[in-house]
Structures are given as structure tokens and as C-alpha cells.
Design a protein around this ligand. Structure first.
Ligand code: URA
Ligand code: CA
Length: 441
């Protein structure tokens, strides 16, 4: 087999065989295929695409390039959740404890934030002492004792994807459906949970800006998951504005805990109940989503969801006094109130730009070496479709550097677009993609 012939085949719009796909992934990962040939092949794939079978084969080859995390030591049907990335998205921190409190093991290997999107591990590290690096034995032990574990990826997961993604990034070949879907799914499927729900975000703060593109990505990922033998479904949800009101690590953790106590923002609660009830059905804990939702509402009311969050923090050695008393979470020195200069309705609130503001305040990472200011961030007092009066508070900036805070204040004045009421009210959940098809709401 020669890489030249494989490039030529894809250039001429032909289908690659399983053997050819395995060959390229293996030889590229071990350095036997140079970047210039892989770049040419990626560009041919970009233009001529891959079919379903090729995409699944590519995913399998990337999974097999590294370690596979075996979760068979954990009792029960294990569930996982993955978001394609958003701003202020604490759904994992709400859904995880909720389903675990219902007796369903929730095991998630999470990531850190980069650029304008936050990462669950950074949020959890707002607690003093919280340990995200667990070895396999600790992970399995914690999950068997508490039904929940949220930790970092210590194993060597899909190294082929790591190398390919970096190459795609510099050769303008990221934006191909098969390449994106296989990249995301190779990292998910290498970790052995039984059922997965994908939260595909669309809007200003998301990777996908249009509904049609998000549906296609969701379909491609569901096909891969099902093709690999895992129950996989995808929800398509709104990331035109941030989720909830808090953006920033400790602020978001506080919001997640309040939501688990039944006092959270409505959008965050509704998306969490939607995803949580689907997971309970996938795990066969309940038969219908309606039952699932009732159960989740009950465990919020009884305090069991909150207790489970506390248990998660305790088992991963975080300071639970900060869960019991939210005033003990990291706090910033200054709070700036951003006032409206107009009256009207909030028309839009660009999620990516809000994420950039939080990043500027120190809540995020410019690169993987950046350190995080856990206390800083933004509270969106007003959100899209809310009515505002002149001089009313739009947002609060939590910061430790007044100069940066003032700069963000100016930016937020522009990010809040205020005018007449939007004709169509905003939508939180656009649809659901399963192996049976697409359902739009
Ligand atoms: N995220 C990934 O992990 N891979 C892609 O290709 C795009 C987004
Ligand atoms: Ca939030």
C-alpha cells in the first residue's frame, strides 16, 4: 500500500477501504507518513468527503491509536454527556449529580477551558484541594461508591486525533463534517461508558452557527456512536447567549449548586432536566422522559441532588465547607455594576464576546499554560428578551483588576444590544437527533 495511491484515490472521489484508512492513521501517527502527504489527503477529504462507513472506520482507527479506558469494573449502565463547547455551560455539574442521585453511574473525563469556552475541570478546581487527576482504580472505586466521578484524561486517548487536529488547524481542513465528527467521537468512545448524550450547541458562542450544520454534525456523531455499539443521542441547543447567568469558574459553580437546590436560572434548569431525563431513559432507570423528569424534580426537592454534589467534592478531596457555605468560594475584590444607557428589550447578547470578556478578566485560558483567576467573571443580570429601563443594571463584573474591569464594562455596553422586542422569542432546545431520525421542536 502506498500513501500516494490513497491520496490519488480520494482526489478522484473514490471510497477508501478500511485497510487504507487503518494504514494512513497508523503510519501518520508513528511518523512514517509526512505532514505534506497527510495535508494533501486531508484537503482531498475536505473537498470530496467521506461516507458513513469511511467516517466510522476513521473514528475506529483513531480510537485504536491510543488507550481505551475500561469502565467494566463499574456496576450498572454508565452514562456520559458531552457538549461541543459553550459559554457559562454548567450542565455537566448539574446533570451528573442529578442522575447519580437516581442511582445511575455518571463517569466523565472532562477537559479544561481554552479561549472563550470554559472547562468543567477548571470550574471544579474552584474548590480548595479538588483533585481532578485520578488513576483508573480511584475512578472505578469512586464511581462504585458514589455513582459519580468527573476527572481529567490521564490515559493516552486518541493520539492520532491530536496529531491530525493540529495539522487540520494549520491547513484549513478543520471544517469537514466527517473530520469533526470522527475527531470528537474518537475521544468520547475511547472511554467505555454505555450511553452518551451529545449537546450540540448552535449560535454565536458555538462552533456551529447554523441549525442545518448542527443537525448534520449531530447526525454524523450519532451514526458513529451507534455504529460503534453505544447508545448515542444528540440534543441541539442554543448558544446564541450564555447559558444561565454566571460566566466564570467560582460564579458558575455557585450557580450550579443553586440550581441543584432548586434556585437556579430557568434555562440552565430546563436544559439539565431535558438531558438528565434522556440519560435516565438510556440507562433504563425509567421508561419515559416524563417519569425521568418527575424523578429529577423530586431529587432536587428532597436535597438528594445537592447531597450528591457534596459527595462528589468530598470524594475528590475538595473543601466541602465551600459547598455548604457558598460565601467561602473564591471572591473577587471588586464588583462593577454595568448600567443600561437605554430602555427597551435585550435583543442579543453574543455568547462568544461574553466569553472573551470573561477570558480578559482572567477566568479563562489564552493558552494551556495560563493560570486561572477562579473568582472573576460576569453575572448577566439581564438576558435576551428581558425588558430594561435606563440606568438599570445589565450585568455585574467580578474582577481583581479595576482597569480590566473598566475595559470589560465598555465592551459589555456594546455587547448588550437593546432595542425593540424580538419578534420571535428565543428558543432553548432546537431538536433531538437519535438513530431513528431528527425531531425538531
Ligand atoms: N473539536 C474537536 O475535538 N475536533 C474537531 O475537529 C472540532 C472540534
Ligand atoms: Ca452559567
Amino acid at each position: 500500500m502506498r500513501i500516494y495511491d490513497i491520496i490519488k484515490k480520494k482526489r478522484d472521489k473514490e471510497e477508501l477501504t478500511t485497510e487504507e484508512i487503518n494504514f494512513i492513521v497508523e503510519k501518520y501517527t508513528n511518523g512514517e507518513i509526512p505532514d505534506y502527504q497527510m495535508s494533501a489527503l486531508l484537503m482531498a477529504i475536505y473537498f470530496n468527503k467521506m461516507n458513513k462507513r469511511e467516517t466510522l472506520d476513521l473514528t475506529k482507527a483513531m480510537i485504536n491509536s491510543g488507550d481505551i479506558v475500561d469502565l467494566s469494573g463499574i456496576n450498572g449502565i454508565k452514562v456520559d454527556k458531552h457538549s461541543t463547547g459553550g459559554v457559562g455551560d454548567t450542565v455537566t455539574l448539574i446533570v451528573g449529580p442529578m442522575v447519580a442521585a437516581c442511582g445511575v453511574p455518571f463517569v466523565k473525563m472532562s477537559g479544561r477551558g481554552l479561549g472563550h469556552t470554559g472547562g468543567t475541570l477548571d470550574k471544579l478546581e474552584s474548590f480548595r484541594g479538588f483533585r481532578v487527576e485520578l488513576d483508573d482504580e480511584e475512578l472505578i472505586n469512586n464511581a462504585n461508591q458514589t455513582n459519580i466521578c468527573i476527572c481529567s484524561q490521564t490515559a493516552n486517548i486518541a493520539p492520532a486525533d491530536k496529531k491530525l487536529y493540529a495539522l487540520r488547524d494549520v491547513t484549513a481542513t478543520v471544517e469537514n463534517l466527517s473530520l469533526i465528527a470522527s475527531s470528537i467521537m474518537s475521544k468520547k468512545l475511547a472511554i467505555g461508558s454505555n450511553a452518551i448524550i451529545l449537546d450540540v450547541k448552535i449560535g454565536s458562542g458555538a462552533f456551529m452557527k447554523k441549525l442545518d450544520d448542527a443537525i448534520e454534525l449531530a447526525k454524523a456523531m450519532v451514526d458513529i456512536g451507534q455504529g460503534y455499539g453505544r447508545e448515542t443521542i444528540a440534543v441541539i441547543s442554543n448558544m446564541d447567549e450564555p447559558l444561565g447567568r454566571a460566566v466564570g469558574n467560582a460564579l458558575e459553580v455557585k450557580e450550579a449548586i443553586e440550581t441543584l437546590q432548586g434556585n437556579g436560572p430557568e434555562d440552565l434548569l430546563q436544559l439539565s432536566l431535558f438531558i438528565g431525563s434522556k440519560l435516565l431513559v438510556l440507562a433504563k432507570r425509567v421508561e419515559t422522559e416524563i417519569e425521568g423528569r418527575e424523578l429529577l424534580e423530586q431529587i432536587i426537592k428532597s436535597g438528594a441532588a445537592y447531597d450528591k454534589f457534596k459527595e462528589l467534592v468530598k470524594y475528590q478531596e475538595g473543601d466541602i465547607s465551600q459547598v455548604e457555605n457558598l460565601n467561602l468560594l473564591p471572591k473577587s475584590e471588586y464588583i462593577i455594576q454595568v448600567k443600561s444607557t437605554k430602555s427597551g428589550y435585550v435583543k442579543s447578547l453574543n455568547a462568544e464576546e461574553i466569553g472573551q470578556c470573561a477570558l480578559l478578566l482572567g477566568a479563562g485560558r489564552e493558552n494551556m499554560e495560563s493560570t486561572i483567576d477562579y473568582s472573576s467573571g460576569i453575572i448577566l443580570v439581564k438576558k435576551v428578551d428581558d425588558k430594561v429601563e435606563i440606568d438599570e443594571t445589565l450585568a455585574e463584573i467580578h474582577c481583581n483588576d479595576m482597569e480590566l474591569g473598566k475595559e470589560v464594562e465598555k465592551r459589555l455596553q456594546n455587547i448588550y444590544v437593546i432595542g425593540t422586542r424580538n419578534e420571535e422569542p428565543k428558543k432553548l432546545i432546537y431538536g433531538l437527533v437519535t438513530k431513528d431520525g431528527v425531531e425538531l421542536y
